[in-house]
Ligand binder design. Structure first.
Ligand SMILES: Nc1nc2c(ncn2[C@@H]2O[C@H](COP(=O)(O)OP(=O)(O)OP(=O)(O)O)[C@@H](O)[C@H]2O)c(=O)[nH]1
Ligand SMILES: [Mg+2]
Length: 207
């Protein structure tokens, strides 16, 4: 079944978590290294080319960008980390913003961790995974730019990436160029939200 999200709107950009609005919607955050393809993947998910600003130069997204999908989901595009040429003060500011957001009053239900299929997880990705595990934030790996590898190489790389991240979660391959895996990723997000809703309903019944 093809899932589409025709009613997607950009809500606002937030430079400081204190500006984060109170919105009672399940929230999915998109995290990853600078230039991994976060904004491009969002445009593919939303099926709207220019909605999220993309760039050939790394370090383009420096704010939390909020999008509302079908009045059902809040998607937060996080600033990319690990851009080697960024000034130290800037890197610190990004890390602080992500930290305050993930541990704040409005944490996401799931973080989609995007990894370039050509490079696999870098140290900065592994650090984020450790941070998410320590703080009990659910995450799921998504491999981007799957069009850059073919057949066997792609499967082998996905298995290697899985091993490098502890062997439990196999990255979900996507390509914003060929649209491979995009509809399936929408389905995965919806399934995650429905499962979480069911868990919450049971927990409320048991109170
Ligand atoms: N071949 C290919 N290129 C892609 C794909 N997704 C993104 N790119 C390219 O990768 C570059 C970076 O994409 P962005 O979406 O701006 O990356 P980002 O992760 O949002 O980067 P920051 O905002 O700097 O953190 C651009 O040149 C994109 O065209 C893909 O699926 N396949
Ligand atoms: Mg971006």
């Amino acid at each position: 079944m093809q899932i589409h999200w025709p009613n997607t709107h950009f809500l606002l950009s937030v430079a400081d978590t204190r500006q984060f609005p109170y919105i009672e919607l399940p929230q999915i955050a998109i995290a990853g290294h600078s230039n991994v393809g976060k904004s491009t993947l969002l445009n593919a998910l939303f099926d709207r080319k220019g909605m999220v600003k993309t760039s050939k130069k790394p370090g383009c997204t420096r704010l939390l960008n909020l999008f509302e999908v079908d009045k059902q989901i809040l998607i937060v595009d996080l600033p990319g980390y690990g851009y080697a040429r960024a000034p130290k003060a800037e890197k610190y500011k990004w890390a602080k913003l992500i930290d305050l957001y993930l541990r704040g009053n409005t944490p996401p239900q799931l973080v989609l961790l995007l990894l370039d299929i050509r490079h696999g997880p870098k140290d900065s990705d592994l650090q984020l995974i450790e941070y998410l595990n320590e703080h009990g934030v659910r995450w799921f790996p998504v491999a981007t730019k799957a069009d850059k590898l073919t057949g066997n190489k792609r499967s082998k790389r996905l298995a290697e990436m899985c091993d490098a991240m502890g062997g439990l979660l196999k990255p979900f391959p996507t390509s914003s160029s060929s649209m491979r895996g995009i509809s399936e990723l929408r389905a995965l997000i919806i399934e995650e939200i429905e499962n979480q809703r069911a868990v919450t309903a049971v927990a409320i019944q048991e109170l």
